[in-house]
Ligand binder design. Structure first.
Ligand code: FMN
Length: 409
């Protein structure tokens, strides 16, 4: 199916559509867990020095470059690109530069902890991987590999509905990490409820409902590249010949001929499950309150990584507004533009409980499969420990806006 906006320009197109040896990472005997044996237990850059993947990827920059080198040009554009003129894509990055740290020196803290919880689920690192569909483009194991990497690092996967592998197979591959499954509020109500039942049966602990994607964003790179997505990349949950055709679930993304769902409708359907749920794609106080009133236990501040409505503000810039509106009634998470450990610390200081990484995780997957994603997480962890130490904080849970000030314009 091809539409004006081009099928392939969405992630769910049914037819197709510090140098080693210095800095904290280098302290402690190489090849041992000593430097990385934090109380939170995530491996460290130092601990992985003997690992060939660590040698290939000393920083996240090399991982991103390797992903770009290995992916065909149109797939890279699909991954890296955003909607429209990509103003929101750029704004997401600029927003992180808009904040500076206010360090407290001589704090006396021991090695800082990066451990936290999200919806009661313990995590060694306040980072979840995003539900990115079409994962088979980046590695044939896709989210199986992502979840295994998360399990190794004590983090969690949000497993996508439009993934290459079924939610059941990802749960089986890494039950400790595959704790949140994502769904789109579209298609028939019957299928939506059946999906909730599948999620419960597969042992997930929470649901993530993507509320900012009633139709595919206007992705010009994909239009230009005439990029289309191989059906096999997105039908892990709806295999050909199964009870439900992928077209019946995702068709609305391209046809744009169905009314957009309402909060009332979503609230009614979510009563079919006892699992707590996250509303993904919130940018305003008004929608925060609507999501909480509809029953959301958490809101994910997100503009879909700049892939949906171009011209929306950076997710980070909206975070304080959402935190204030949530007023402690729901946990607040953030995605869109997180590219390094420093970004994670800034988002947490502004009130996010944890962040979600999309392109960063996909780049790790493309660059090195499971080991590549684990390397991304280890580097984020190590950088966060460094930043927290220099900032004078003993734990991610201590971060407040007092750790930051606005950069000069
Ligand atoms: C290739 C790709 C596919 C995606 N597919 C989905 C999807 O199926 N459902 C969804 O809710 N979000 C999807 N997203 C958005 C991510 O979940 C997340 O919101 C976004 O990537 C965060 O921004 P970041 O990439 O800057 O970290 C996708 C993102 C990418 C890059």
């Amino acid at each position: 199916m091809t539409t004006a906006a081009g099928v392939g320009q969405t992630e769910v197109g049914p037819d197709g559509t510090g140098p080693a040896g210095i800095g904290p990472a280098g302290i402690g005997p190489a090849g041992t867990e000593s430097a990385g044996a934090r109380s939170d237990g995530v491996g460290s850059a130092q601990a992985e020095r003997g690992d060939p993947i660590a040698g290939r990827f000393p920083t996240l920059t090399e991982i991103r470059a390797a992903a770009q080198a290995v992916l065909p040009r149109d797939v890279w554009d699909f991954l890296a690109g955003g909607a429209g003129q990509e103003t929101t894509l750029r704004a997401n990055r600029d927003a992180f530069a808009g904040w500076q740290f206010r360090p407290r020196v001589m704090s006396g803290h021991p090695v800082p902890s990066t451990a936290t919880t999200v919806l009661g689920l313990p995590m060694r690192l306040p980072v979840l991987t995003a539900p990115f569909g079409t994962d088979g483009f980046f590695d044939t194991d896709g989210h199986l590999a992502v979840a295994r990497a998360n399990a190794r690092c004590g983090t969690l996967s949000i497993v996508p509905e439009a993934g290459t592998h079924s939610i059941e197979s990802v749960a089986q591959a890494a039950p400790a990490a595959a704790r949140v499954a994502q769904v789109h509020p579209m298609g028939t109500e019957r299928n939506f409820v059946r999906m909730l039942e599948r999620i419960e049966r597969a042992g997930y602990a929470a649901v993530c409902v993507t509320v900012d994607c009633p139709t595919a964003g206007w992705r010009e790179r994909n239009l230009r590249n005439r990029f289309t997505v191989d059906l096999r990349m997105i039908t892990g949950n709806y295999p050909p010949g199964g009870d439900v055709a992928a077209q019946d679930v995702f068709g609305q993304l391209f046809a744009r001929d169905e009314p957009v769902w309402t909060w009332d409708r979503l609230a009614r359907l979510m009563r079919h499950t006892d699992l707590p749920w996250i509303a993904k794609g919130i940018l305003t106080a008004q929608d925060t309150r609507a999501a909480i009133d509809a029953g959301a236990a958490a809101v994910l501040v997100s503009n879909h990584g700049g892939r949906q409505l171009d011209g929306t503000p950076a997710a980070l810039d909206q975070l304080p507004e959402v935190v204030a509106a949530a007023d402690g009634r729901a946990e607040v998470l953030l995605d869109s533009g997180v590219r390094c450990g420093t970004d994670v610390v800034k988002a947490l200081a502004l009130g996010a409980r944890a962040v979600v990484i999309g392109r960063l995780a996909a780049a790790g997957l493309a660059a090195g499969g499971e080991a590549g994603v684990a390397r991304v997480l280890a580097l984020l962890h190590e950088e966060m420990v460094t930043v927290l130490t220099l900032l004078g904080h003993g734990s991610v849970t201590e971060l407040t806006p007092a750790a930051l000030q606005r950069s000069r314009p």
